[in-house]
Design a protein. Structure first.
Length: 127
């Protein structure tokens, strides 16, 4: 069961990165605090061989997006709400971008798992 949860988390994390990466990524240190807190993310696959959807929670602190179980994860939120992130786990990689408001957000992601490529969109809700 642990392996199954880890595999799903890995794929989900990949999509998080995808969902949050690639856009205006210069986060200014003092102002992104507006977005600090816990956020629930839903990723939907539009094309490719990835699972149809993923649902998990990330934390934002001082404009830095994080997930407690991901080491190779990079995510930032700018003062404008522009968000970007990327994640790599073994042979999986994803990146994404979008925009957050005070209570919700949305964007796009793309990624790969081995030779498979996937794309989709993501939505976010503040917890």
């Amino acid at each position: 069961m642990f392996r199954q949860v880890t595999a799903r988390l890995t794929t989900t994390a990949m999509l998080l990165g995808a969902a949050l990466a690639c856009s205006a990524a210069t986060a200014e240190a003092a102002t992104p605090r507006t977005f600090d807190g816990s956020w629930n993310l839903v990723f939907v696959t539009r094309s490719g061989g990835c699972d149809p959807s993923y649902d998990f929670t990330v934390n934002i602190t001082n404009g830095i997006v994080s997930h407690p179980n991901l080491v190779r994860f990079n995510g930032r939120v700018a003062s404008s709400g522009a968000v970007h992130a990327s994640v790599a786990v073994q042979d999986k990689f994803a990146s994404g971008s979008g925009k957050l408001s005070s209570a919700s957000g949305r964007g796009v992601w793309s990624g790969r798992s081995g030779e498979s490529r996937c794309t989709g969109y993501w939505t976010a809700q503040r917890n």
